[in-house]
Design a protein around this ligand. Structure first.
Ligand SMILES: *Cc1c(COP(=O)(O)O)cnc(C)c1O
Length: 393
């Protein structure tokens, strides 16, 4: 049971229904609607014969009823077979490198990945003798020319969570399969709801549950999904060997948020599209980077591979001084300044100081601002942006 989470779901129901009804086994809920919060290091084993039974539920580090309930719900999101929990989204990104790379290995990473994922490759993975090569996120089938005999893993984030390029995931997956390279997609932007990388040929999808899945801006958590063995076993062994553990209270918080994920994503989608279209027509804005907008360079791929869009996109302002950009951001009343996204509250950051590229240097022609559109009324957000943009003159 502790090693469970293999799905037994009912495909006849849609996501909102499945998330509302997942994890109702009485062993997990004790008859309540929700699972118990089982805080445990020690688990009492029923008999001496069961002490060493494989797959048994034997020690807190391997999970409790609360973790099992969360995994049963999470596999519904992307309709996957296996789920492994980790204490943060960043660990969901880094664990696959530890599981599938080794000394002397070469890994390929999209040049637009989440900054801390890049820092992991440059600062820590390099110390274990692995070489990271960054590739243009729009490379598509051209990735084949970068694959070497030593290439073990390709890591993609689509869209990039600051610059929003869409990768041609099926083309990358096809090139990787032909050379036996493991493919990993950071699927945090879509919340897992609007994008299913495993259906497009990727081996692994990772999610920072910290963002949309939990939705409350109050817990850090990550998950790793795959439909494949022996990849699933290798991931679970790596997590066990590292001693990674999620607190039962955190697992409970993520599950409570996940129940309303499908509904929230619809609202994030529609509000962000309203705000993005309004910004696209604003004279202080040069460009909007949002793949659901028709003019966006990633729009055709987004339309082909995604079923919707989330609340996160960027805008390029008309050329302005840093102090004007700061005046704009500081004038926002409803939109807070913060590095996260996926919560109910809207957020903004100035991206320029964070953009680290080696293969592709996008020239946006003005300051890049990322917006996370929350669950406020979009008309109020537009009014707030309108008054703050006046700071740009
Ligand atoms: C936030 C984020 C992560 C890391 O999640 P944490 O829970 O903060 O560690 C990884 N990838 C992307 C795309 C993210 O936005």
């Amino acid at each position: 049971m502790g090693a469970g989470s293999d799905k037994d779901n009912n495909p006849k129901y849609r996501l909102g229904t499945r998330l509302s009804h997942a994890a109702r086994d009485r062993n997990l809920t004790q008859g309540g609607v929700n699972p118990v919060i089982q805080r445990a290091s020690t688990v009492l084993v029923e008999s001496a014969a069961k002490l060493f039974e494989p797959g048994g539920w034997t020690y807190g580090r391997h999970g409790t009823a609360t973790h099992e309930a969360l995994k049963q719900a999470l596999v519904e999101i992307e309709d996957t077979q296996h789920c492994a929990l980790v204490p943060s989204g960043l660990l969901a990104c880094t664990v696959p490198f530890l599981a599938f790379a080794e000394a002397g290995a070469h890994v390929l990473v999209g040049d637009n990945v989440y900054g801390p994922t890049r820092r992991w490759c440059d600062r820590t993975l390099s110390r274990w003798g692995c070489e990271t090569e960054y590739f243009d996120p729009t490379i598509g089938a051209g990735i084949a020319t970068l694959i070497r005999p030593s290439t073990k893993l390709i890591f993609v984030e689509s869209p990039g969570s600051m610059t929003f390029e869409i990768a041609d995931a099926p083309a990358i997956a096809a090139a990787a399969v032909a050379r036996n390279v493991v493919t990993v997609m950071d699927n945090t932007w879509s919340g897992g709801v609007f994008y299913r990388p495993l259906d497009l040929g990727f081996d692994i999808s990772v999610q920072a549950n910290t963002k949309y899945v939990s939705g409350g801006a109050d817990v850090l958590n990550g998950a790793i999904f795959t439909n494949r063995e022996p990849l699933n076993s290798r991931i679970k062994e790596t997590i066990a060997d590292l001693g990674l553990n999620v607190a039962a209270d955190d697992a409970y918080a993520v599950l409570r948020g996940a129940r309303s994920l499908a509904l929230r994503m619809e609202r994030h989608q529609s509000s962000a599209q309203d705000v993005a279209r309004w910004l696209a027509a604003h004279p202080a804005v040069n460009r909007v980077l949002h793949p659901a907008l028709e003019h966006d360079p990633g729009h055709a791929l987004w339309k082909r591979d995604f079923s919707g869009s989330s609340g996160l996109f960027s805008i390029v302002l008309k050329p302005s001084q840093t102090k004007q950009v700061h005046a704009f951001l500081d004038a926002l009343e409803l939109v807070g300044l913060g590095f996260s996204y996926g919560g109910y509250e809207s957020l903004a950051i100035h991206c320029d100081p964070q953009l680290k590229r080696t293969t592709t240097k996008p020239a946006f022609g003005g300051p890049l601002i990322r917006l996370s559109i929350g669950l406020e009324d979009p008309a109020d957000l537009i009014a707030d942006l309108d008054q703050a943009l006046k700071q740009l003159g």
